[in-house]
Design a protein around this ligand. Structure first.
Ligand code: HEM
Length: 192
């Protein structure tokens, strides 16, 4: 996609590119996040039970959730912890790419103009110096207080290009999980 220049209106190609971005990132990412979260809930039935209880306490036996429930969905704290931990372990976007716009220095590292940089979400989300020796384990309680890991947790990116769809993605995922967990359980298929 071309860089934005002042006084230049958006072209048809730009609009087509934006539509492609919305189409791709709006589907694949959220479905991946939901798949990994379901998998982790199947492996961790105690957390599955905790968030089912949270859903039942909030919505009782109302199985059909509507837009009226959106603000209540934000209150599903344990579910947010589980989704965050799922995205920490299995970030739907594995890395963020940037092209250096002008020569600059970050710490002691010189970055020449034109250089391609890859910032790996996956690597930083698993860094033991940041997350501790248990960095590989599924421990949603890490997210009980403020998001731990500081800048090292960025499933939706950071800065001016941060995901514009993050609120929608979280809402979609919570809504789907709330409706599924009211009716069904995730279990591991036992091999015969
Ligand atoms: C779990 C779900 C999602 C994840 C993990 C995710 C992750 C990301 C990340 C990491 C970026 C930043 C890329 C960069 O800095 O280069 C991004 C950008 C973007 N995301 Fe998402 N995303 C998700 C869902 C969505 C949804 C549902 C939509 C819209 C329907 C969406 C629309 C966008 C758009 C348009 C951008 C580009 C923003 C820009 O460049 O200014 N994303 N997303």
């Amino acid at each position: 996609m071309r860089a934005y220049r002042e006084n230049e209106s958006i072209s048809l190609d730009d609009i087509i590119d934006e539509c492609k971005t919305f189409y791709f990132v709006g589907q694949e990412t959220t479905s991946m996040m939901l798949s990994w979260t379901s998998f982790l809930l199947a492996l961790n039935p105690e957390w599955q039970e905790k968030i089912r209880l949270e859903i039942l306490q909030l919505f009782r036996d109302r199985k059909r959730l509507t837009s009226e429930d959106f603000s209540a969905i934000a209150k599903l704290r344990k579910m947010t912890m589980v989704i965050n931990e799922s995205m920490r372990l299995y970030p739907p976007v594995l890395a963020i790419f940037r092209t250096v716009a002008q020569d600059c220095k970050v710490g002691n590292v010189l970055l020449p103009k034109g250089m391609q940089i890859q910032i790996s979400t996956l690597v930083l989300h698993h860094n033991r110096n940041i997350w501790g020796e248990d960095a590989q384990l599924f421990l949603p309680e890490r997210f009980a207080g403020n998001i731990s890991g500081g800048d090292a947790f960025f499933p939706f990116g950071v800065g001016p290009r941060i995901c514009v769809g993050q609120g929608l993605a979280m809402l979609e995922a919570k809504l789907a999980l709330a409706m599924i967990l009211q009716r069904y359980s995730f279990t591991r298929v036992q091999r015969l």
